[in-house]
Design a protein around this ligand. Structure first.
Ligand SMILES: [Zn+2]
Length: 887
């Protein structure tokens, strides 16, 4: 009889931060790696070790032990130590597709310094897997992955083919009980044989033949006597053949014939927790990643790549921002299933990445504005589609009078002068400490003239800051002259044009391009209709009626939008779980409606609702007790010539242990939803596969938008949605989670997940009590392109002020991409690189007008020549490196 091979892969799973902060875990990491390196160097029988598939482990160690770099390199070169391919083991649903790609590229680049990364797309602990992962892995040259969570019931063996929407397929090695099935093996060979035999009994039906035994788990150190114990176990019997190996070596002989093929995302809770509640846990973190990703991916990189000189592209700054984004993408970091010190660090890293991105974008915009030939207000479109939009800008003088402008604020023109004595002038000047008088009014110039009649002080005021204005010098000059002529009278002249802050709808601005501002005529002006008892916002394309009884609104004739539903949550950071006796609060005690803007460019109203919600869930009675007032201020607005409704709610969370959701009715009942995910939209039903250990709660993640039953919702970090109000299997509303408050990292005995998913640690910050929460979303009942709606809602046209005198004309574009959704425009090694994907089920063509270059894979290797257009298969992702434009 041929003995069954037991392939032991010694490893550790190193969550960089989780129930302890990074620095605490890192001290343990240094101890672990100190011991591991000594062990590998001194004991040839301890043949292999896998460093968790993430290069961050190596960098975090070398920061403290830089002298160990050569020893690590030697161990990697001899195949004893495998590392990468990821930089960090991210969460796949809560960060952008671009972050996942950059994570992989950063891991591969860093691993190159150590002889290369492990040739396996290792995904051990992620809370489910995105549909496009097989394509991402294939495009980086990986044919294999190893994974655990999310695998559906149809998989009954420890290997299957996993197919992405474009057809890319990888072999997935399924770990039926996780990445720790061989953790803490017995030191005694007989006990080892018994344990492994029992394990084969347990999971035998999954096995083709060989048993993969993952010898390690969360933050575990290597077992030093492993080599000796398995030699002894092999000598004792001949049914099992133990060997220490690596994942690539094990997979080299793994069966590849007759495997089941599974397509699309893996989010089943059939055999392992997918912990779907992390999607709405610490909603403030989810919003901060949405903001940081948008500023970095959609503003800083494309604007710097397209408008700055190649030599000025801020690669190093952007690399710092990306490092913070990638570190935060770690599954316990972005999911915020961590202690408060960790969540504080995550928020800080997102803020830093965003600050860099905002600064880089601002400089790129300044570069563009100085390169323009026309002077004055110019609009910039940071997205790929040509589009118009609503902008707020400052106009001076009376040059533009237009019915299509909506005044936000106004300062009257003030050319005038007065004669003052020296003391009064000194008093007035003393109050002028800086150039800013108030919003939109800055001192542009101060000048002092001196003649026989006396002194003349001239102050010019304009709408924006003039960095060159010398106020202190002018004051000193005036004081000096007054010293010489103390009795002189001073004539003060103010030169201030009419300054108006206005809203306007613009003409179409080219994609990745600019256009001198002029207001577009309003075909469907927005207005407030007060003819009925209700406040109505309308523009002929959409009509919003505000309900003063319950604070909801109707869109066209469909009522019930914005209904807030607050229920108890006796869950934890990982899972929502209602208390046994729940009480839903969905009716406000008080509603106050006020009109904010009356059109014609934008009409908006504010709805202030006051609810009484319980203080917390009593653990003993499992019911909601106590009472607080919760005040929610919601601003609802519509713009001229658009059917999109914008909603922003702001509130301070007063209560603990609860979940607050907003319900949005569907024009038609629906059995499916389509949500944006990395490089794709994913269709889901109204149920989710679960088991008794984790209820299959059909709350799903969406990245920027979700569509169902004729409704499209775009949001800013409100990632969790559920189809609700289900009758006969059909949903009639969509619920978006605005807040989930729990006080435990993990809990025991929850109704929806009875066993813990982490330490039972109280974490006060998870309650978000006293925190101001801002929720922004946009609704349309007639949207046929959700990507366009997401860009229009989240990436408004930018306004810049050009001094004029440059070479760029009134209107132009820096890049024209059609036929695919652009996810990235950046400069690498001096050349512009565009990544895009075909969102359609049909084949298409990506066109980049007037540009040539090469298609490349995710390792940067040239695949093919690109001559302005390229066929794209359904759901195919492509990266194109463009040659510089010929001047
Ligand atoms: Zn983990």
């Amino acid at each position: 009889m041929v003995p069954r091979r037991v392939a032991i892969v010694p490893h550790t799973h190193w969550d960089r931060e989780w129930y302890s902060p990074f620095q605490t875990f890192r001290m343990n990491l240094v101890d672990m790696l100190d011991g591991l390196i000594d062990l590998l160097e001194s004991d040839p029988s301890y043949e292999r070790f896998m460093l968790d598939g993430q290069m961050a482990v190596v960098d975090d160690y070398l920061e403290i032990r830089p002298e160990a770099e050569d020893r690590i390199r030697n161990l990697a070169a001899s195949g004893r130590l495998t590392m990468g391919p990821w930089y960090i083991l991210m969460d796949e649903f809560l960060v952008s597709g671009e972050t996942i790609v950059r994570d992989l590229q950063m891991g591969i680049e860093r691993g190159a310094a150590f002889g290369g990364v492990m040739n396996v797309g290792y995904l051990p602990d992620m809370f489910g897997h995105i549909a496009q992962m097989p394509q991402i892995l294939s495009s980086a040259g990986f044919a294999d992955t190893v994974l655990w969570r999310g695998v559906p019931s149809e998989v009954t063996k420890n290997g299957f083919f996993w197919r992405a929407p474009d057809g890319s397929t990888v072999r997935a090695e399924y770990l039926p009980v996780g990445y720790g099935n061989g953790a803490a093996l017995p030191d005694d060979p007989t006990a080892l044989i018994r344990r492994v035999s029992d394990h084969i009994e347990e999971i035998g039906s999954f096995l083709f033949e060989d048993l993969l035994l993952m010898n390690g788990s969360d933050h575990l150190h290597p077992q030093p006597r492993l080599g000796r114990v398995i030699a002894e176990a092999n000598a004792l019997q001949n049914e099992l053949s133990f060997e220490i190996t690596s994942l690539p070596e094990y997979l080299a002989t793994a069966p590849r014939e007759g495997l089941t093929t599974v397509s699309g995302e893996l989010r089943s809770g059939w055999r392992a927790n997918v912990l779907m509640g992390v999607t709405s846990n610490r909603i403030d973190v989810k919003r901060s990643v949405a903001l940081a990703e948008r500023h970095l991916e959609r503003r800083a990189e494309p604007l710097a790549a397209l408008f700055c000189e190649p030599a000025d592209y801020p690669s190093s700054l952007l690399a710092v921002a990306w490092r913070e984004m990638i570190r935060n993408s770690a599954h316990d970091s972005i999911c915020a299933c961590s202690v408060d010190d960790v969540v504080d660090a995550v928020l800080h890293r997102y803020a830093e990445a965003r600050h860099i991105a905002e600064g880089v974008a601002a400089r790129a915009i300044r570069t563009l504005s100085r390169s323009l030939s026309p002077s004055g207000q110019v609009l910039l479109n940071p997205s790929q589609r040509p589009r118009s939009g609503v902008v707020e800008l400052v106009l001076t003088g009376d040059d533009i009078e237009d019915d299509a402008l909506q005044t936000v604020s106004e300062r009257a023109g003030l050319p005038g002068s007065m004669v003052l004595d020296a003391t009064t002038v000194k008093t007035v000047l003393g109050m002028l400490q800086g150039p800013k008088i108030e919003n939109d009014a800055w001192v542009q110039e101060v000048r002092v003239d001196d003649d026989d009649d006396g002194l003349h002080l001239i102050v010019k005021i304009g709408p924006e800051e003039n960095p060159g204005v010398k106020i202190a010098e002018a004051k000193q000059d005036l004081y000096t002259r007054l010293g010489a002529r103390p009795d002189a009278m001073v004539r003060v002249s103010l030169d201030q044009p009419r300054i108006r802050r206005v809203l306007a709808r613009t003409h179409e601005v080219p994609g990745f391009g600019w256009q001198v501002f002029s207001p577009a005529p309003l075909v469907h002006p927005a207005r407030i209709d007060e003819s009925s008892s209700d406040v109505i916002l309308t523009n002929g394309l959409v009509s919003i009626s505000l309900d003063s009884e319950n604070g909801t609104f109707s869109v066209d004739d469909l009522s019930g939008f914005g209904r807030l539903v607050d229920g108890g949550d006796l869950g934890d950071s990982y899972n929502y779980s209602p208390p046994n006796t729940d009480r839903l609060i969905d009716t406000p005690d008080d509603v106050a409606i006020s009109i904010i803007e009356r059109g014609p460019v934008r009409a908006s109203a504010q709805v202030v609702t006051i609810y009484r919600i319980p203080d917390h869930v009593d653990g003993g009675s499992q019911s909601r007790v106590g009472e607080h007032q919760m005040v929610i201020t919601t601003t609802i607005s519509i713009s001229a010539d658009s059917d999109v409704v914008s909603v922003e709610s702001v509130f301070v969370n007063p209560g603990k242990d609860h979940r607050l959701r907003v319900h949005l009715p569907l024009p038609e009942p629906s059995i499916t939803s389509r949500a944006e995910c990395a490089f794709a939209t994913v269709e889901r039903g109204v149920t989710a596969e679960g088991r008794s250990d984790e209820f299959g709660l059909p709350t799903f993640p969406s990245r920027r938008f979700v569509q169902t039953g004729g409704l499209t919702v775009v949001h800013e970090g409100l990632n969790e949605y559920e189809l609700v109000d289900i009758t006969d299997g059909q949903a009639s509303a969509l619920a978006l989670t605005l807040l989930r408050s729990t006080g435990m990292l993990s809990r025991l005995g929850m109704s929806y997940r009875p066993f813990p998913a982490g330490p039972l640690t109280p974490v006060e910050g998870l309650q978000l009590v006293g925190k101001q929460i801002t929720s922004r979303y946009w609704v349309s009942l007639h949207c046929d392109d959700p990507y366009a709606m997401a860009d229009e809602s989240l990436l408004p046209l930018e306004v810049l002020v050009s001094p004029g005198g440059g070479s760029r004309p009134d209107r132009g574009t820096a890049l024209s991409v059609e036929g695919a959704e652009v996810t990235s425009v950046q400069r690498r090694a001096g050349l512009v690189e565009v990544r895009a994907f075909n969102p359609s089920d049909d084949a298409g063509v990506i066109r980049i007008a007037g540009r040539q270059g090469w298609t490349i894979d995710l390792r940067g290797q040239t695949v093919d020549r690109f001559d302005g257009a390229l066929d794209l298969g359904p759901h195919q992702i492509v990266t194109i490196r463009l040659e510089d434009e010929t001047p």
